[in-house]
Ligand binder design. Sequence first.
Ligand SMILES: Nc1ncnc2c1ncn2[C@@H]1O[C@H](COP(=O)(O)OP(=O)(O)OP(=O)(O)O)[C@@H](O)[C@H]1O
Ligand SMILES: CC(=O)N[C@H]1[C@@H]2OC[C@@H](O2)[C@@H](O)[C@@H]1O[C@H](C)C(=O)O
Length: 362
Amino acid sequence: MNEYYIGVMSGTSLDGVDVALCEIDAASCRLIASYEHPFEKELKSKILEAITHAVTLKTIGELDVKLGVLFSDAVNALLTHHPELREKIKAIGLHGQTLWHEPTSPYPFSMQFGNANEVVARTGIDVISDFRGADIANGGEGAPFAPAFHQEIFKNLGEKIAVVNIGGIANISCLGDELLGWDIGCGNVLMDGFISLTQNKPYDKNGDFARSGELNMDLLQTMLRDDYFAKIPPKSTGREYFNSEWLQNYLQDFQSLREADMQRTLLELTTVTIANEANRLGVRELIICGGGAKNGFLMERLEKLCRAEVKTSDKYGVSSDFLEAMIFAWLAYKRIHKEAINLKSVTGAKKNAILGAHYAAN
Ligand SMILES: Nc1ncnc2c1ncn2[C@@H]1O[C@H](COP(=O)(O)OP(=O)(O)OP(=O)(O)O)[C@@H](O)[C@H]1O
Ligand SMILES: CC(=O)N[C@H]1[C@@H]2OC[C@@H](O2)[C@@H](O)[C@@H]1O[C@H](C)C(=O)O
């Protein structure tokens, strides 16, 4: 029998909270309704501050609850449009806001905020959260998890298919008998960071500003030599690595470049690092999802640089905007049904584990 779950995702871009209401059974996951809840500017700056500066435990505790309230508001807002479904929702899969991801240190962890008890109290619905902890405890990277879901929904397309999510961070899934996947590196996060610093805009709409600039090969080659790109998978990353310090470090020797040239070169960095992986894997089709799919210039460059055919997931009827939120609805379904997730070939965990902690409403 089909069951209803809600997935809530707020990613590295901090652009909004994505909510996906899905109808799920053993063979399918269908998006029934979706909603993007606004992220207040003030909360966004608080999160960025917590990532880059030392903050007090009081601030951290409050941030956890504020995010819990935000995620509850997001779920309740979606359900006001579908009141008849509220009683039917089995659970909310709550990813939480990643503040810090450090899976390879001596005491590895991945920190997602958004108080689950608060979400249970404010929605009256069971919540599954803390998805990454078990994978890390089993020796895995705790990310990316998207490959398991990509495999599930695109398995009928055959071999040599890869899916790339271009969010703040870009991650790839290579589908097949042995599932592969890792975080490629920067998706939009550096482009967003640069245009926000220079023009106070959240992102470069359609890549138009980048298009107006010239590619600087010296800067591109220098950035491509960054250690992260050469690292052998399993690997995963986030804002604790690709951030304003990273940008400053690479841009400082190129101060004479025009801002448009820097933007253009950052866009090329994203597309070249994605295309390199796709070409190396020899994929025949590259399916794109995440906000980067809306950047016309970025998509043009990807089509040029990739030997594979490049399509957005929308072409297969899967929303490129809500695919990540759907992952957490699906993972909540898997947790309720106590099914382990096939991820050890991706994250390097010793075993496939049942992911997530269950916070019951009753
Ligand atoms: N019209 C557009 N033109 C250019 N870029 C866009 C457009 N719309 C969205 N984006 C980019 O997509 C980003 C948001 O993508 P998305 O919501 O997939 O990221 P995320 O889920 O927060 O990140 P991650 O997947 O790393 O967790 C924006 O910050 C922006 O850079
Ligand atoms: C630690 C963390 O939050 N990682 C996110 C982030 O956003 C994209 C990429 O980096 C991926 O590793 C992951 O999200 C998706 C949903 C994942 O687990 O596949």
